[in-house]
Design a protein around this ligand. Structure first.
Ligand SMILES: [Zn+2]
Length: 405
């Protein structure tokens, strides 16, 4: 495969570009089974966000793989969560270039032992397993794209990468990224662009160019308990007050703006014969535009009791800004679509409601493209899987983007 070992010449003809894309695709097709076995290795080390020891185990395995590629590994210790992993690759090419940041996470939503009922198995074109789509295949794609770039450039740059690359894999993305957010933001600020290897969208593997921002609120109502039979009138029913608040809160939804408010969990009361003194609701807020953040936050925070005898307490806030399709994001997508076109692939884009760490980097104004990881379905569900046949072209796209941005 030596014919591939060339940097993309800037003035090459369209024909040369096409031929190069073809060889790169063939390169990854030849290595498809290797990519699958890397994914399997990572899936078989279970790593639920709330189990530090387990997440640290997968972090170590991943760190070892990146260091084998010559990356400088730096562990960011975390107390309550697994450690976060940063890997830096110098460039043998334009060393002055800003790095591209490859972003992802190795925690999953699945408790230890899930593998027993949901083994990592290849059946026809599907590879199953906990976290296979979200997002252990994304980590494997990073590894294989970097290894390929080193291979392709081994003559001109002695096995170095054509540009500096920083990899950041965090341990707490599935539980809000509280402990990793400052690291993500500080590395993003130094980067030329951020490529997020979260799952792609749909069966054709569209990338994500917009994500909604996410907020969480807890609405707590305090009333007064009393015997429902003996002292009914002395009680102040917190559940009744909460019910009226829920009606009001739900009315904040504005679908035209892409703003939704979902009361997802309610609790309250102790017994049927007691007027309830306490009730609370947990609320999920999604915003498509940053400019709507302050408004909805104010509406939530200024909720006042309908019944003056009740007390109401609001905590929480907007914790992920939306990833908006800015000019920088659109330009990055255009670059990705052009690389995909050479590979014979019409790469789609999607706007989704779910957040990722890409929201933080895009929120800082750094061009961010998300959903570059595996293609499949069933993230966080028992049928989670990736499509094996999609792996080669996704690896080729990621390698191309690392070079181009
Ligand atoms: Zn994810």
């Amino acid at each position: 495969m030596n014919s591939v070992s060339r940097k993309v010449p800037t003035h090459s003809s369209a024909e040369t570009q096409r031929r190069l894309a073809y060889f790169r695709l063939a390169y990854f097709k030849d290595r498809r089974d290797e990519i699958v076995s890397t994914i399997r290795e990572l899936v078989e080390i279970e790593s639920p966000s709330d189990n530090k020891a387990a997440v640290d185990r997968v972090a170590e395995a991943v760190a070892h793989k990146f260091s084998q590629l010559g990356g400088k590994v730096r562990v960011h210790p975390a107390k309550e969560f697994g450690n976060h992993l940063q890997v830096d690759f110098d460039s043998a090419g334009q060393a002055a270039d800003k790095p591209v940041l490859l972003l992802g996470h190795y925690d999953t939503v699945y408790p230890l032992g899930t593998l027993a009922s949901m083994p990592c198995r290849a059946v026809d074109n599907k590879l199953t397993g906990p976290g296979v789509l979200d997002m252990k295949s994304g980590i494997a794609l990073m590894l294989h794209a970097l290894a390929a770039l080193q291979d392709w450039h081994k003559e001109d740059w002695h096995g170095g990468l054509p540009r500096p690359v920083t990899v950041l894999l965090v341990s707490d993305e599935e539980v809000g990224s509280d402990s990793s957010r400052p690291i993500t933001e500080s590395l993003a600020k130094k980067a030329a662009a951020v490529l997020v290897l979260e799952p792609s969208y749909g069966s054709h593997g569209a990338v994500k160019t917009a994500r909604k921002g996410v907020g969480e609120y807890l609405v707590k109502v305090t009333g007064k308990a009393s015997h429902a039979g003996l002292d009914f009138q002395k009680g102040v029913n917190a559940i009744l007050e909460l019910a009226r608040q829920i009606e009001k809160i739900s009315g904040f939804t504005d679908l035209k703006k892409g703003l939704t408010v979902n009361v997802g969990i309610v609790s309250g009361g102790s017994r049927t014969n007691v007027v309830p003194a306490e009730a609370s609701a947990q609320v999920d807020v999604r915003i498509a535009r940053m400019k709507d953040a302050a408004g909805i936050d104010k509406k939530m925070r200024t909720l006042r009791p309908f019944n003056r005898k009740c007390k109401i307490e609001i905590t929480g806030g907007i914790n992920r800004p939306p990833m908006e399709r800015t000019a920088g994001v659109a330009a990055l997508y255009a670059q990705a679509a052009a690389i995909a076109r050479e590979l014979g692939w019409k790469l789609g884009e999607a706007a989704v409601g779910g957040g990722s760490d890409g929201n933080f980097t895009a929120g800082l104004g750094i061009p961010t493209l998300d959903g570059l990881g595996g293609a499949g379905d069933g993230a966080h569900a028992t049928h989670e899987h990736i499509l094996i046949s999609e792996l080669p072209r996704r690896a080729a796209l990621i390698a191309g983007l690392i070079e181009a941005v």
